[in-house]
Design a protein around this ligand. Structure first.
Ligand SMILES: Nc1nc2c(c(=O)[nH]1)N[C@@H](CN(C=O)c1ccc(C(=O)N[C@@H](CCC(=O)O)C(=O)O)cc1)CN2
Length: 281
């Protein structure tokens, strides 16, 4: 068997084209233009690229965007003031603090300052709590993109055994919750998991999100599994995931590439969350 490729880049483009139509309809019917504010602090190269990508994506679908590019020495109080101002700004429906933040800044304090209705990253404890309860609209973007990719295979998630590798608050845990909401039986593996291969062998769906190249090998994967690679690591100037693609594509039914799989879906879901937040106003 050779796995079919889950082309996140192509799928994200289709989602953005649909959103562009919906944004036009929203403007024509209610005069509302969804607005996203992106706050970047520090000079992390990858973050600069992601913020540029977000600005371009907004412009391409007719969404208003406003960016703040602050030095790594920015005071936490200044960041909080900016968020307070954006919380009050009627043109802004979504606020995103690009992670990682400089070390001196408390990520939790800053993220929690965003009004839950404008928290299009879905990181606020209120939105996390809603996700845990199987309610709410604003879940984190990468996990939402992962679910969309799995659904696009046409394979029913309900009743399947899904194994998520990684327990981060941004990807692993919320992906587990979203899979549970879709009635999968979910196992979350992490650095203390004793026998990863044993867990994976029973998985119909594997989502790996740890940033360890070559973690998921061909022999660990069940024939016909869907394998989603949300890991990212730069090795020799190249972006690589967690999955040994060459080995796993021979066993899986569907597989995401890195790059071009989960990454582009993150931005598509960010735009969709911002649109949803604008609809609620
Ligand atoms: N506030 C947030 N910060 C971060 C998030 C997030 O969801 N919210 N996620 C990541 C970075 N990220 C978005 O912010 C992101 C990562 C990767 C991609 C992407 O499209 N990657 C491409 C490759 C792009 C390239 O480097 O050339 C791919 O995988 O094909 C988009 C967004 C951490 N911070």
């Amino acid at each position: 068997m050779t796995a079919k490729v889950l082309d996140g880049k192509k799928f994200a483009k289709e989602i953005k084209e649909n959103l562009a139509k919906e944004i036009k309809e929203l403007y024509d019917s209610k005069g509302i233009v969804p607005g996203l504010a992106v706050v970047l602090a520090g000079d992390d190269d990858a973050s600069q690229v992601y913020v540029d990508m977000k600005e371009k994506a907004c412009a391409s679908i007719g969404m208003y965007s406003k960016s703040f590019r602050l030095p790594s020495t920015v005071a936490q109080s200044e960041l909080l003031d900016i968020i307070d101002q954006l919380n009050r700004d009627d043109k802004i429906h979504g606020i995103l603090i690009q992670l990682p933040l400089p070390e001196a800044i408390d990520e939790k304090v800053v993220s929690n300052r965003i009004h839950p209705e404008k928290d299009i990253d879905g990181f606020h404890p209120i939105n996390n709590g809603r996700l845990l309860l199987g309610e709410g609209d604003l879940a984190p973007c990468t996990p939402l993109g992962i679910i969309e990719l799995i659904k696009s295979t046409g394979i029913e998630i309900s009743g399947k055994h899904a194994v998520v590798i990684g327990r981060s608050n941004i990807v692993g845990k919320p992906t587990g919750m979203l899979l549970l909401k879709e009635n999968a039986t979910v196992t979350i593996c992490h650095s203390k998991t004793k026998d990863l291969a044993l867990q994976l062998k029973e998985a119909d769906i594997i989502v790996s999100a740890v940033g360890i190249p070559n973690l998921v090998r061909g022999y660990m994967v069940k024939e016909g599994a869907i394998v989603i690679d949300a890991g990212t690591r730069v090795v020799d100037n190249k972006l690589v995931g967690d999955v040994n693609y060459t080995e796993v594509e021979k066993i899986a039914s569907w597989i995401t590439p890195v790059p071009g799989g989960v990454g582009p879906m993150t931005i598509a879901m960010l735009l969709r969350n911002t649109f949803k937040a604008a609809l609620k106003r």
